[in-house]
Design a protein around this ligand. Sequence first.
Ligand code: ATP
Ligand code: MG
Length: 254
Amino acid sequence: MNTHASPEIIRTDNVTKKFGEMVAVDHVNYSLCENEIAGIIGSNGAGKTTFFNLITGYYTPEEGTVIYEGKDITALPAQKRVALGMMRTFQLTSTFDSLTVTDNLVLSFIRAHKKHSLFNLFVTPRSRHRNNDKIKECLETFDLQQVAQRDVKHLSLGEKRRLEIAMSILAEPKVLLLDEPLAGLSETEIKGVLDVLRLNVSKQTILIVEHKISKVEDFLERLTVMHEGKIIADGKCEECLNAPEVRKSYWQID
Ligand SMILES: Nc1ncnc2c1ncn2[C@@H]1O[C@H](COP(=O)(O)OP(=O)(O)OP(=O)(O)O)[C@@H](O)[C@H]1O
Ligand SMILES: [Mg+2]
């Protein structure tokens, strides 16, 4: 359903993914508009991550198509989708744990802006970029100044998540896709991560997959609920959460 005024950026038509006999994603039609802040929720095994993997190119659907900016990308590998501006956190933007927070940001910046090979990335003097305004701004925005010189392996989970999102945002992707970015975080850390994501509202398309709606309800403009591989509701959060099918399947209220 396209309820957003801006153009569509991602669309899936009838995408289906099976694991043996099990249909994990079942003929899903979904559309995401530019600068939309959307979420997908659903109970365990609903198919959220599998659907996410179909969008980002980790899986190829057995049926259906994935469209990005009007082009059919169904067969395009994940890495090529990144080059088109689709950025997925926590997998492609994994951190270098033995380097400092600043140096991780620097590497992300160089990778995104200089289009260097991985080899060049390591031989480029990082010191040259440490005072770069973008890096400094990023440390501030993501509340990472206090840990700027700390090796990533000594960060708390919340700090590491903020760094991972900061690294993705430095690459200036068109679409930021997050699969359970709040998992394992405390209430304060969740607030911290959502606060930094809020800074990008209306500048970037954001799709968050989350298990629990309570964490992201206030943040999302639009919600999609999945159950047993299918979309059972799509629209404003409140409407979706009160839909009879959602009450039955997600809340398990008769
Ligand atoms: N690689 C795989 N091989 C076999 N079955 C899989 C695989 N990945 C997912 N499944 C199955 O597909 C279904 C959907 O799984 P998926 O991980 O997409 O659900 P989910 O909504 O992300 O769940 P969760 O909230 O637990 O993360 C589940 O029944 C799961 O067991
Ligand atoms: Mg999942």
